[in-house]
Design a protein around this ligand. Structure first.
Ligand SMILES: *Cc1c(COP(=O)(O)O)cnc(C)c1O
Length: 385
């Protein structure tokens, strides 16, 4: 079986975890967590980092800390993993679903600006959605599949209207936007170290921000909001969201390997790109001129007019040949919990969902195994043609 994406654990993982066990530092207190935060912040050039139990918790607390609250609205792409959107609801706020653009498959900045200008109005200095009467509080761009969002126009329009921008960089650690690392571009950002992400700590996440005050509050909220005193006194409702030391140890070992992981992901992507050119009806995932993708999850589009079998048939045929492929997410504005939320001019995202599949792309994928994936696509492409 050639899996979609599995972690590679061949560095210092064993020795760092053993060190935790030998010293007894296994829980949420311990030097490893702080070190992991520090090394990640240094690697990315982020001001402050706060480690969390997972990326979803990081998003929840980040949204809370920047001031997203009850009955606010947050602009989010419909084509993302569900966690980006659920985190908005955890803050009792509401998502407004936005479309993707073809150039990057990411949040479309033109439609974001258009929505804010046409569909919202300023009321006592706050931007209010005409349709719902609710305040627009933030924009949550998600750098999907390893590719950065075209962020500058989004940051511009956000500044103009006083909106906060929180990057969901869970899938794109290591990607660059105009030479700058994703996760350091907005007001705050979130990372995930889930098992299938480019860097894994088994489970884990991180909040990044330049603002010391937000970082302090995030750290406070993720550790039960306990005041620095002997007594059990808490000044707000906090969460038990801090990463534990054993997992931070895994994360630290993985972080040492990140440049190598990124290099190999790029090699895999370029090899796919080259090989797939020869198959009619397959469009490889883009890399916009202003982007350096981390190619986290290598994906392609199948053109229904040129490729003889559909997405479901391709995935099933690959499964039979021992190759794991997966469809791109089902758009969230069409999921039952979110069908009643506003979705603004969604077109491209639906197309990407209809035609998109992700292919095996583990860091450790061999040239031979990748060749098998390409051969299988060749075979399927020629089938009914
Ligand atoms: C993985 C992921 C998350 C959530 O991270 P977890 O660590 O699994 O909680 C959030 N957003 C996106 C886009 C993701 O891919």
């Amino acid at each position: 079986m050639i899996p979609l994406s599995v972690p590679e654990l061949c560095g210092n993982e064993w020795s760092y975890v053993k060190e935790c066990l030998d010293t007894g530092w296994v829980s949420s207190v311990g030097p490893g967590v702080t070190r992991f935060e520090h090394e990640m912040a240094t690697y990315l050039g982020a001001g402050h980092a706060v480690a969390t139990v997972n990326g979803t918790a990081a998003l929840h607390v980040a949204l809370h800390v920047v001031g997203v609250g009850t009955d606010d609205e947050v602009l989010v792409p419909t084509l993302t993993f569900i966690a980006s959107v659920n985190a908005i609801r955890y803050c009792h706020a509401h998502p407004v679903f936005m479309d993707s653009e073809r150039e990057s498959w990411n949040l479309d900045p033109a439609k974001v600006a258009e929505f804010l200008m046409r569909e919202c109005r300023l009321k006592k200095g706050r931007l209010v959605n005409r349709a719902t009467g609710r305040r627009i509080a933030a924009i949550l761009p998600v750098h999907i599949l390893g590719h950065p969002v075209n962020l500058d126009p989004i940051l511009d329009v956000a500044r103009r209207f006083g909106l906060v921008v929180i990057e969901d960089a869970a899938e794109s650690l290591g990607a660059l936007y105009k030479g700058r690392p994703v996760g350091t571009l907005g007001d705050a950002a979130c990372l995930s170290f889930n098992g299938n992400k480019i860097l894994t700590s088994g489970g884990g996440g991180m909040i990044l921000t330049q603002r010391a005050g937000w970082a302090r509050r995030a750290r406070h909220l993720t550790t039960q909001a306990k005041r620095e005193e002997m007594e059990y006194r808490h000044d707000e409702i906090g969460y038990n969201y801090r990463l534990v030391n054993v997992l931070a140890a895994l994360g630290l070992a993985q972080l040492e390997r990140l440049p190598d992981f990124l290099r190999r992901k790029r090699e895999i992507a370029l090899r796919y790109q080259e090989a797939l050119k020869k198959i009619k009806g397959i469009t490889p995932m883009p890399e916009a001129p202003w982007a350096r993708s981390s190619f986290w999850l290598y994906s392609v589009l199948l053109d229904r007019r040129q490729f003889p079998v559909n997405k479901e048939q391709v995935i099933a045929a690959m499964q039979r040949s021992g190759i794991q492929a997966r469809p791109i997410w089902y758009p969230i504005h069409r999921q039952p919990m979110y069908r009643r939320n506003q979705a603004y001019r969604i077109e491209v995202a639906n197309d990407l969902h209809r035609c998109g599949i992700s292919l095996p792309c583990s860091v450790g994928l061999s040239v031979e195994a990748q060749g098998r994936v390409v051969d299988e696509l060749h075979r399927l492409g020629e089938r009914a043609a």
